[in-house]
Design a protein around this ligand. Sequence first.
Ligand code: NAP
Length: 258
Amino acid sequence: MLNLDLSGRRALICGASQGIGAATASTLADCGATVTLLSRNKERLAAVHQTLPGDGHDLLALDLGDPAALADGLENLSDRHYHILIHNSGGPPAGRAIDAHPDEFEVGFHQHLIAGQRLAQALVPGMREAGYGRIVNIISTSVKEPIPGLGVSNTVRGAVAAWAKTLSRELGPDGITVNNVLPGFTETPRLDSLVAGKAKSQDTSEDQVQKTMLAGVPLGRFCKPEETAAAIAFLCSPLAGYITGINLPVDGGRLGSL
Ligand SMILES: NC(=O)c1ccc[n+]([C@@H]2O[C@H](COP(=O)([O-])OP(=O)(O)OC[C@H]3O[C@@H](n4cnc5c(N)ncnc54)[C@H](OP(=O)(O)O)[C@@H]3O)[C@@H](O)[C@H]2O)c1
């Protein structure tokens, strides 16, 4: 029998107020996990919290891009015994690398790489104690093929992928796996704003922008956040116990590389 049961497991899910993070919270709770939802907006987190199956779930309003607030928030967590960490948040703003102010890189590194490091350092001791740990980073297909017009994102995501691979080798002996999920075009508020932005800058319709995007996706449609969440749930489950250090694209076949 395939075992996706996460009963008795606690999961900290970042970027959980909408999109892929919210879908992941719902799926992991469906599998029996007790989840803590983390993002900046307390009201939106509370709305997601209300929809979760099961009980014992809670929420934490924190800005992953604010190093002091994150350090404080993690220090003050009443119980840092989590089995699962979903490291996720919003992507850096679009633009070419050459045009980005150096500070934009600093902001991106704080929100993505350094926040991940703080989260891992806070939670790994509990995972070690439990002899069960799953760290899943939600990054981007840009770690395999940099995406034009996402200069800061491409750079920061590559660093997160290298950090995750390094961690996977360091933490394997503790029974902790570290993997990356690389979403393709996924129907979330981020995709909506991306499409609207492109339509405006190219002086065309949102329909046309979507058609052009989908022309490069062999499966010919956008991904549902629940489909990304299913892949994440698999990586968090006992079934995926021998999978660590990988990049898993959930992109409908869009990446041209192996
Ligand atoms: N959707 C796609 O097509 C796609 C494709 C490739 C890669 N990705 C990447 O996958 C990740 C998730 O995508 P998504 O589409 O679900 O994004 P989304 O709809 O923009 O949601 C991002 C989530 O992260 C939270 N967040 C943003 N900044 C934060 C911060 N500083 N601290 C804490 N939480 C923060 C947001 O909540 P609050 O506002 O409440 O903080 C929200 O819950 C992103 O990194 C995105 O770039 C997405």
